[in-house]
Design a binder for this molecule. Sequence first.
Ligand code: ADP
Ligand code: MG
Length: 257
Amino acid sequence: MSAPLNTSTAPTASTGPMIALSNVSKWYGDFKVLTNCTTAVNKGEVVVVCGPSGSGKSTLIKCVNALEPFQEGQIVVDGTPVRDKRTNLPKLRARVGMVFQHFELFPHLSIADNLTLAQTMVLGRNKDAALSTGMALLDRVGLSAHAKKFPGQLSGGQQQRVAIARALAMNPIVMLFDEPTSALDPEMVGEVLDVMVQLAREGMTMMCVTHEMGFARKVANRVIFMDKGEIVEDATKDDFFGHARSERAQNFLSKIL
Ligand code: ADP
Ligand code: MG
């Protein structure tokens, strides 16, 4: 069982969903970016989040690991309430892997150092253990020959695979992806999706903002469609692609499929 993330509460085993959002609303100043967002992601589930640009997908996902504050509602990750001043947010973030559109590797560090830094600094692993974990994951994403290189010497697809390996090195309880393939040249999208598909099939709990509907069809359990800060659809994959869609979702899908 994972260590409790809220140091102030008794370490009760969480039996509920891995991520539960209830009535989450958020404002940027006067602008309401999220309105009453409610959903849950169970352990081992893969949930794809899609919707038009500006609909609040990135904001929603950043709220899950407290990279963005929200003013109303609650998000509970593995039993730990995110909006609770007693919650140890750095500890929470350490357990929630996040992969961004633009990789966000440290450009001045080698791939090996990118993979080991947070393990040593945040988890307190010794260097050898961190390197061995990092190298095993680098191998898993097919890049073990590149450990000594710097991010700038790798292709976008390779850098994103390193970013996924780096996140996995922290033993996350859940992985969040924010459009991990949308900055890539088309020929590199597949290699990143392959890693994500493998991860999904191994049972990782994943919340993925992506417009890769092939990926959604392959591994998603559910699809969430957002528009104007609201969760407009939250459906099983078959329902989402098959029928019972709102006009807004249909309109969106007709543009991207
Ligand atoms: P998506 O990821 O679906 O494209 P975002 O979550 O990035 O949408 O943004 C949702 C809305 O919030 C957009 O209108 C965007 O301009 C606005 N927004 C995002 N970040 C900020 C910010 N830091 N300050 C003010 N407005 C923001
Ligand atoms: Mg976004």
